[in-house]
Design a protein around this ligand. Structure first.
Ligand code: IMP
Length: 192
């Protein structure tokens, strides 16, 4: 079976992809290939960061691989936290601190439009193919729900009355930025 590296050690993301592709591809994590270093992701855009991570692994291990990068882009904050979503409040990557900072910056803001963007970069046969997933929504004035992770408690996707944190994992994956990008990736791989 063809082996593909997913440049992550996030167990949740790995299980999800493994399950979807199990009949056709063997998905390996960074741990599985003995890559234990911190892969650089210091570019200015989400798309460039996804490429940087995938190319790093490909160049070092010469194996088909893909990487993903995600950010929350808030209109009233000129697209922030964007590429800095994980470390918006501090290097601690603390979800609660990040939400508090967004809520503070958004105090009194009328325009609460935002979107999540995921880009997946796949390096296959020495060339790069990219897949994008976007979900639009609004930033609430306070948290709602306990599920999900990251900014989920304050993000309500357009057309829904629940935040991502109030949805089941299946509901969220069915409409989310990452869900959309992953579907495009899977479709591409299944048609090879
Ligand atoms: P990553 O590129 O998937 O590691 O995501 C970077 C950061 O964006 C995370 O640390 C979270 O703060 C945020 N994030 C990514 N995906 C989601 C999501 O599905 N819901 C809420 N926050 C997310």
């Amino acid at each position: 079976m063809t082996k593909i590296v997913f440049a992550t050690n996030n167990k949740h993301k790995l299980e999800e992809i493994k399950q979807i592709l199990k009949d056709k591809f063997e998905i390996l994590s960074l741990n599985d290939i003995g890559c234990n270093e911190d892969i650089p992701e210091d570019k200015e855009t989400i798309s460039e960061n996804a490429s940087q991570k995938a190319l790093y692994v490909f160049n070092k291990y010469k194996i088909t691989c893909f990487a993903d990068d995600t950010g929350l882009e808030i209109e009233a904050l000129n697209g922030k936290p964007g590429v800095h979503s994980a470390r918006y409040a501090s290097e601690k990557k603390d979800f609660d601190e990040n939400i508090d900072k967004v809520l503070l910056k958004m105090q009194g803001a009328k325009n609460r439009e935002a979107r999540f963007l995921t880009v997946i970069s796949l390096i296959i046969d020495g060339k790069e193919v990219k897949f994008e997933g976007i979900v639009n929504g609004t930033i609430l004035e306070e948290r709602r729900g306990t599920g999900g992770f990251g900014y989920d408690p304050i993000f309500q996707p357009t057309g829904f009355s629940k935040t991502f944190a109030e949805m089941t994992m299946e509901e969220k994956n069915g409409i989310s930025h990452r869900g959309i990008a992953v579907k495009k990736l899977v479709n591409y791989l299944n048609n090879l």
